[in-house]
Ligand binder design. Sequence first.
Ligand SMILES: Nc1nc2c(ncn2[C@@H]2O[C@H](COP(=O)(O)OP(=O)(O)O)[C@@H](O)[C@H]2O)c(=O)[nH]1
Ligand SMILES: [Mg+2]
Length: 415
Amino acid sequence: MQIPILKKKLNAIVGFHNLPNQVHRKSVKKGFQFAIMIVGESGLGKSTLINTLFNAPIAPTRDNVTMNRGNTAGDQDAASKTVDIQSFTSDIEENGVRLKLTVIDTPGFGDFINNADAHKPILKSIEERYEHYLDQESRVNRKNMEDNRVHACIYFIAPTGHSLRQLDVQFMKELGHKVNLIPVIAKSDLMTESEVAAFKERILDDIRANNINIYTPEVHENDDPETVQEIKEIIARIPFAIVGSTQTFENPPGSGTHVRGRRYPWGIIEVDNESHCDFVTLRHMLIRTHMEELKEHTNELLYESHRAVKLGERGIDMSSAMNPQKFEEEKRAHEMKMNKMEAEMKAVFQQKVSEKEKKLKQSEEELYARHREMKAQLEQQRLDLEERKRRLLAGGAAPPRTGSSTPKPKGLFNK
Ligand SMILES: Nc1nc2c(ncn2[C@@H]2O[C@H](COP(=O)(O)OP(=O)(O)O)[C@@H](O)[C@H]2O)c(=O)[nH]1
Ligand SMILES: [Mg+2]
């Protein structure tokens, strides 16, 4: 997916300076992120609407490819066709309020051979954006989360005047559960006012009959009468009949006033004139009055149900990873590891004990040896003493002591 980022100051006031009134002021500092996806048959003016919203030639259309590149007819057709899902992001600032506005252009499904499959890449892209957000939510650090989810999906209905086609019914049904679906009548300048009114009725009948879930602004209890009136007027214009153009004309001629619109032999249809088409109402709802509600609705209802399903699936995955056989295997492996550790610890303990025992035995032996030695010495001393005693007794007198001065007793035999 190619994401060119455009930084620019808008020439005209778009209306998002009113955003701080919708939400708390703290978020003003952080800036706002909003993504609009444009879906519908090829050639209905989807890329033109993007350029009309931004008031700049951002998305290649049949017209601006011719103007900018001067291609031949064949090249022009190839270059203007949106073959991939392309997103255009613009960092815009109005009265100090920053908005990162992303518009996602999708390939028109009239271009495919099998149109039944054409919606698949679009639904996939919506899901991937939810998945990306879910992944961010699962991260440890959830600061600076990027919100690339589709907050509004503008669905282009061809200005046929008939009822909704089967292809539209199917696709709108699927989209209605995933995104804030906003149906619009493309190129409403090709129909008369009464034709548009009748077509709107028929579309709404089809939407009701087929249980298609479309986004409808809510009236809240605490809304002031002015707001309630505004919301009612928006609802009355659904599906929005739009006209896209970035071309300007002097209207009325010679007045010096330039308007965006499409010129016909009988006059000019103005894009920014609420009595000519519903473009301004749509833009106001998207950006000025209901951006926050669209975001809330996306986060609290649409994303939430996606999230519940996905977390459920992830839960099932986890329990299947813990299947009984695998669990048993892991348990056995763990037990073996524990047993091995225990054996090792026992061996070490045993070794330490036997070392200690050896040391003790050694010192015991030493003690015994010393004891024996001392005993032997004492025995020797005793024997010596015994010997002396015996000699003394045998001699009748004590054996002469060296240095003894005892005089010999005088008697008959020694003179
Ligand atoms: N009459 C009319 N023509 C339009 C309108 N918007 C776009 N076109 C023309 O329709 C052709 C296809 O437009 P483009 O934006 O490329 O259609 P996409 O294929 O849906 O992206 C171009 O020639 C546009 O000038 C519109 O509101 N009214
Ligand atoms: Mg296109």
